[in-house]
Ligand binder design. Structure first.
Ligand code: BJW
Length: 256
């Protein structure tokens, strides 16, 4: 039963159940969202609007129309968030995912995050569905652009004359070539799919657990609160991923 308001003994028991799924698993996939980076001090997408950004709707800023309408505003929003990322370090949630590579032959991370923290933690197979805040491309035809220093007031111009924009995927845009098909392939061939720290509201990423479930994968959700995925999940682990994922690893070590 997926009880909300789980206490520590519920979580321990559920972590052991998940470890049981992992003992003989050959392939597992993590679909991650902003919640997995929260304990690294990075605000989630929908919580990020504080201070001078509190009056802006992130779903309007994160669009090509928003950038066209007010390039300076959107540029400065990303500059602010890139600075916030600064020297952020991976947290125990990211690290637990890396540690599972010692026990399961194939561990893939399919992330909606643009912060690069899974790679920084050491995950060896990371698919970025929504690009990276540390890369840039040309607004007109999305070819790669050079790195851009912090603190520019306006988006700089590319050598082709177009504005340079952050290398992320905005609403209404397609995902990077091959990223979503890779995500489907990994989810559909996994024994267990973890859905960690995502509100599961944004498509097509949110469809991945359903594809995996149809192919018979166990679905394990890790979140502070219920989401549209919770009813689908075989196990819902309620709590911060930086605490619950290390418990899964500890339970698996006890079984191996
Ligand atoms: C913790 C925690 C802790 C906190 N531990 N947990 C139906 C089908 C297909 C598409 C659509 C559709 N309906 C609408 C669409 C279009 C649209 C869409 O999905 N819109 C929805 C709003 C409905 N999708 C798109 O446009 C996508 N492209 C597309 O579909 O292409 C085809 C197409 C082309 C042309 C026309 C139409 C279709 C592209 C989506 C790109 C999303 N980009 C963003 C911005 C990236 C750059 C940036 O960051 O600025 O990606 S939006 C934003 O949402 C960001 C995130 O990656 C993404 C998901 O957010 P996430 O990660 O779930 O974060 P939060 O904040 O929502 O949730 C955090 C969670 O963590 C919460 O649940 C907390 O409880 C939890 N949490 N602390 C564990 N410690």
């Amino acid at each position: 039963m997926k009880r909300l308001k789980q206490d520590s003994s519920d979580i321990k028991m559920l972590a052991e159940k998940v470890a049981g799924y992992l003992v003989n698993a050959q392939r597992i996939t993590f679909l991650t969202g902003a919640g997995v980076s929260k304990e690294s001090g990075i605000p989630t997408f929908r919580d990020a609007q504080t201070g001078m950004w509190a009056n802006y709707n992130p779903e309007e800023l994160a669009t090509p129309q928003g950038f066209k309408r007010d390039p300076k505003l959107v540029w400065q929003w990303y500059d602010f968030r890139r600075k916030l990322l600064g020297d952020a370090k991976p947290n125990p949630g990211h690290e637990a995912i890396v540690e599972l590579e010692k026990f399961v032959p194939k561990v893939t991370v399919v992330t909606q995050n643009i912060d690069g923290l899974h790679q920084k933690a050491g995950s060896t197979d990371v698919v970025e569905l929504h690009g990276s805040i540390k890369r840039f491309f040309c607004f007109d035809d999305r070819h790669d652009a050079d790195d851009v220093p912090f603190g520019l007031e306006d988006p700089p111009l590319c050598h082709c004359g177009s504005m340079i924009r952050p290398g992320v995927v905005w609403f209404g845009e397609s995902l990077p070539d091959g990223a979503f098909s890779r995500g489907i392939k990994e989810c559909e061939s996994s024994d267990v799919v973890f859905v960690v720290g995502t509100s599961a509201l944004v498509q097509p990423a949110a469809s991945l657990p359903y594809s995996a479930h149809r192919r018979g994968a166990k679905i394990v959700e890790v979140n502070m609160e219920a989401t549209p995925i919770t009813d689908l999940a075989d196990v819902f682990l309620q709590g911060p991923s930086g605490e619950t994922l290390p418990l899964v690893v500890a339970s698996l070590k006890a079984l191996k």
